[in-house]
Write a protein of this length. Structure first.
Length: 214
């Protein structure tokens, strides 16, 4: 089955995602286990590993939810690697976290990262002007500015996902008054890139460079 990291700070959204999983896979309430510790270390991981291999009580599948997974120590994360890569065939392993930044790259590579979708926030006229300049760079033929933009926006200090959302919104607004086919193609590429960034753990800089240069 699948190991998933669900990134959200909203308890209601977390409950809705768990309900979606249990409904899709017909998982009985008796086969849902929730581990809610404030901090998670190697001992907690060893205990939950024992429960992972127990057969479901009622149905075909069971769901193990590990809350506050972003508090896992490096030692605990390393102990989970084999289970994350090859979880028992009857078990869904759900790691619930406020952020994906706390996970080791080896953990992220073994999980599907699902992020809570948020409402797009309005941007100011000043921000819109700056983002319009970014759109112009991406539509140009100059490679160097595109690579510099990818480097800048993939930096940890920047919210790459939020910037991409704003970039898509501005490009879409401009497309409404300008049917430039290049701008339309750019919008399609940005939408695909945003989807990849939201759903998977990837190298942000390489992803942006590939999008901008294509």
């Amino acid at each position: 089955m699948q190991s998933v990291i669900f990134v959200s700070q909203n308890p209601q959204t977390i409950d809705e995602y768990i309900t979606k999983l249990t409904t899709t896979w017909s998982i009985s309430p008796f086969d849902i286990q929730k581990i809610q510790e404030e901090t998670l270390g190697i001992e907690q991981v060893r205990n939950l590993q024992k429960n992972l291999y127990l057969a479901p009580y009622k149905g075909t599948y069971k769901l193990l939810c590990l809350y506050n997974a972003d508090t896992l120590t490096s030692e605990a994360q390393n102990a989970l690697l084999k289970v994350l890569e090859e979880p028992p065939v009857h078990t869904f392993f759900l790691l619930i976290a406020k952020t994906e930044e706390a996970f080791l790259p080896t953990v992220l590579s073994r999980c599907t990262v699902v992020k809570e979708k948020k409402e797009a926030t309005p941007i100011s006229d000043e921000e819109k002007a700056i983002i319009s300049e970014d759109v112009a760079i991406l539509l140009s033929q100059d490679i160097a500015p595109k690579l510099l933009l990818a480097e800048k926006k993939s930096d940890e200090k920047n919210n790459t996902t939020k910037w991409l959302e704003d970039l898509i919104n501005v490009a879409h607004q401009e497309l409404l008054t300008d049917d430039d086919p290049h701008k339309a193609q750019l919008l399609i590429s940005l939408l695909k890139t945003s989807e990849i960034l939201t759903r998977y753990s990837v190298n942000k800089r390489l992803l942006l460079e590939n999008t901008f240069l294509s």
